[in-house]
Ligand binder design. Sequence first.
Ligand code: ATP
Length: 199
Amino acid sequence: MHLKRLEIHGFKSFADRINLVFKPGITAIVGPNGSGKSNIADSLRWVMGETNLRNIRGTKTDDVIFSGSEERKPLGMAEVTLVLDNTDQTLPLDYTEVAVTRRVYRSGESEFLINRVPVRLRDIQELFFDTGLGKEAYSVISQGKIDAILSVRPEDRRSVFEEAAGIMRYKVKKNLTLKKLGETENNILRIEDLLQELR
Ligand code: ATP
């Protein structure tokens, strides 16, 4: 699997639609200070389902939307599409090319799409579990992240290794199942109470 293309429109400093094509051999993005290199990394993290705004250097949801400049008015929407070559079927989808899109509007409304089909945020996050990409992954390391990994609590640091070891998917599913189990147990208790009242 490799990153083929990144289409950015209205995300942070990118008011115009840009299409970055990552041909094999491209290993670095260079540019003057403040030209938007880190914004590209942020867009990548965001489209793969990042929900912690601090990790994309923001504080509010609409911080990712182009906020205007001297020459241009602010935009109402940010959109990023990540196109991956999936000929090796690393992603569990029957497509050789997978396009993941995330959009957010100033109203706060969000949209997520996989190959143009609307999905939930969770579907995007699950798609990338254990692939080395995605929210908890180690493929996009921002400035300061290495220090952060070294200084966090051991149990938090463990999540990086769990993703690399390929068990993150199961851990998240286990937690969801435990939550449902808890809810079901509560429902059973409530039904038993009702039954007692009816007797
Ligand atoms: P450096 O080399 O200094 O780290 P960089 O190339 O990584 O710089 P970025 O941090 O990606 O640059 O870009 C910073 C620029 O993006 C700033 O000029 C900032 O004003 C602009 N920017 C960030 N968010 C928005 C937004 N929502 N709307 C418009 N511009 C934005």
